[in-house]
Design a protein around this ligand. Structure first.
Ligand code: ADP
Ligand code: MG
Length: 235
């Protein structure tokens, strides 16, 4: 019943209809997502206001949708204000860093469901696994809006210039408590320490626990974040 306790009983996703595009709401309904979990109900409005977010909520509390929904919404809003044939963007709008290939596949699968009604508007690229030369060509040809990757793969594509983050809007680090211990420490430091990231972008750190590693990443990635610490059973 821990799952139910983290669901916000007071709201439904349709009560977010002033914030979320109808195509997102339709996809959520198809997925059987009727009510936001607590972390989703807190994070989505803050993310859409442009805040950086540090969210700690237990495994299974719905952190994937808590960051995927606002980033998809932000891309749809940004594209709605562009002229129809504007092809100027050649840099990823969103980068999702995950510790493992398995997680990159799960996040990508979730995003594919979420963009089911707007897949022409939102191009996804999971570059965490597969042949580098093939992915490199795909990155250059497809100009993905959302790139899902591990830090080591990301750094490689930045160094080879297959990937540009020059006009990045949002950076997400999922499983922030685990990502450094998976051997990505040096790669993350190089991503943040290089000239790859723009001066201003929005960041989210998602984590199941608060650890020294999360504090380190907070220092690297977040500016004046909203801090959501959701205890088990809190609602
Ligand atoms: P976390 O990353 O916090 O461990 P996940 O994002 O992997 O959690 O979500 C855990 C499970 O709960 C997934 O199977 C997901 O599809 C489901 N889930 C998440 N949010 C909702 C929701 N609002 N309604 C129904 N199911 C949900
Ligand atoms: Mg997760």
């Amino acid at each position: 019943m821990a799952e139910a306790r983290l669901v916000d009983q007071k709201s439904t996703f349709s009560s977010f209809s002033h914030l979320l595009d109808a195509r997102i709401l339709r996809a959520l309904a198809d997925m059987g997502f009727a009510r936001p979990t607590l972390v989703q109900s807190k994070a989505i409005p803050l993310a859409l206001e442009g805040r950086d977010i540090l969210a700690r909520a237990r495994t299974g509390s719905g952190k994937t949708a808590a960051y995927c929904i606002p980033v998809v919404q932000k891309i749809l809003s940004a594209k709605a204000s562009l002229p129809p044939d504007d092809d100027a963007h050649t840099s990823a709008r969103v980068l999702i860093l995950v510790p493992t290939r398995e997680l990159s596949e799960q996040v990508t699968a979730y995003l594919r469901g979420l963009v089911a009604y707007c897949e022409k508007n939102i191009v996804l690229a999971n570059v965490a696994s597969g042949a580098t030369s093939h992915l490199q060509r795909a990155l250059l040809a497809d100009k993905p809006d959302i790139v899902i990757s591990t830090p080591s793969r990301t750094l490689g594509f930045l160094q080879s210039k297959a990937l540009s983050l020059a006009s990045l809007d949002s950076l997400i680090i999922d499983e922030a408590d685990l990502i450094l211990s998976y051997g990505h420490d040096e790669d993350i430091r190089q991503i943040f320490g290089g000239e790859y990231l723009p001066k201003v972008y929005q960041s989210f750190l998602m984590s199941a626990t608060m650890t020294d590693d999360v504090e380190t990443l907070k220092g690297l990635a977040l500016r004046n974040p909203a801090i959501l610490k959701l205890e088990e059973g809190e609602d």
